[in-house]
Design a protein around this ligand. Structure first.
Ligand code: F6P
Length: 333
């Protein structure tokens, strides 16, 4: 029987999904969307346990429609995560490919940050089609405006700093808050604006402690401001305890340091993270793997879900919004 000259697409029978690198709220929602989209299209899904380590060791669980029930609202990742040192070796990579072949895995969805995408690129290069979905609180993936987990993390930081603010204000103090972000300042800049920080230090923009922290505080002290928040991205490499001491010594304002740490990575995902994770997981299967398209990264661009070649995506650059930084400087006085 003729199919009218249309090219036949042979749909994959088995795919795998894994979460890798630092966990991020919304990863579960993405896994759920991948599994549901695949299952309703008769594709078997293997959930890989603990990222690339699970791919190396064949640590899989078969996932069906119901096995991903009740996870959309949960932080962390039900598949567990890892940063696999073994996968970074040639031998580890070879083992992972062998396992994929043994289990009939024809495509892998990798949910993680750019380190995880580099693993996906290397697997793709060796013949296992992969699709990356950006999942990291840091929002530091160049091809994407937004990464899954970023919005929840921003809201968590805001919530924590609002609490810190209560006590900072009650004691006429300054609190220097360190936030995560690895080498990027997206979390610090946006959270800093949201909490009304007097100074925000991020790795992308040069700063001078004297001019950008001490003198700004002294200027606002003269307008009768008595409590202060300074938000510091971990990527700037400033010791916040030392900075708090320096501020106290120079301004006379009693100061404390507060390192938010891993609390930022947990918690129930926000609406935005759940919706985008669902859209991206669905897209990875329906628009890519089901059309036999691999070696791609799913991305959010201006509110749309799009995809890029994984090699190109990893060579792209992303820049901090300097105008936004200026807005923070102008308003937090
Ligand atoms: O990439 C996510 C992230 O939370 C970064 O913000 C932070 O620098 C890093 O992971 C912390 O990693 P770990 O959980 O291994 O300490």
């Amino acid at each position: 029987m003729s199919n009218g000259g249309k090219a036949m697409v042979i749909i994959m029978k088995t795919i795998a999904v894994l979460t890798s690198g630092g966990d991020a709220p919304g990863m579960n929602a993405a896994v759920r969307a991948v599994v549901r989209t695949a299952c309703v299209n008769d594709i078997k899904v293997l959930g890989v346990v603990r990222g690339y380590n699970g791919l190396i060791n064949g640590d899989f669980v078969e996932l069906d429609l119901r096995s991903v029930s009740d996870i959309i609202h949960r932080g962390g990742t039900k598949l567990y995560s890892a940063r696999s040192a073994e996968f970074a070796t040639e031998e580890g990579m070879r083992k992972a490919i062998r396992t994929c072949k043994e289990y009939g895995i024809e495509g892998v969805v990798v949910i993680g940050g750019d380190g995880s995408f580099r693993g996906a690129r290397d697997l793709s290069e060796r013949g296992i089609p992969c699709v990356g979905i950006p999942g990291t609180i840091d929002n530091d993936i160049a091809c994407c405006d937004y990464t899954i987990g970023y919005d929840t993390c921003l809201n968590t930081i805001m919530d924590c700093v609002d609490r810190v603010r209560d006590t900072t204000e009650s004691h006429d103090r300054c609190t220097v808050v360190e936030v995560m972000g690895r080498r990027a300042g997206y979390l610090a800049l946006n959270a800093g604006i949201a909490v009304g920080a007097t100074s925000i230090l991020i790795p992308e923009i040069d700063f001078d402690i004297q001019k950008d922290v001490i003198e700004r505080m002294q200027r606002t002290q003269r307008t009768d401001k008595k409590h202060f928040l300074v938000v510091v991205a971990e990527g700037v490499g400033v010791d916040v305890t030392e900075l708090a001491k320096e501020i106290q010594a120079q301004t006379g304002v009693e100061s404390r340091a507060c390192i938010l740490g891993h609390i930022q990575r947990g918690g129930s995902p926000t609406v935005q993270d759940r919706v985008m994770a669902t859209r991206m997981g669905h897209y990875a299967v329906k628009e890519l793997l089901m059309k036999n398209i691999g070696n791609r990264v799913v991305a959010a661009k201006k509110g749309d879900v799009v995809d890029y070649d994984i090699f190109e995506a990893l060579n792209m650059e992303k820049h901090i919004d300097e105008e936004l930084y200026q807005v923070a400087l102008d308003v937090s006085i």
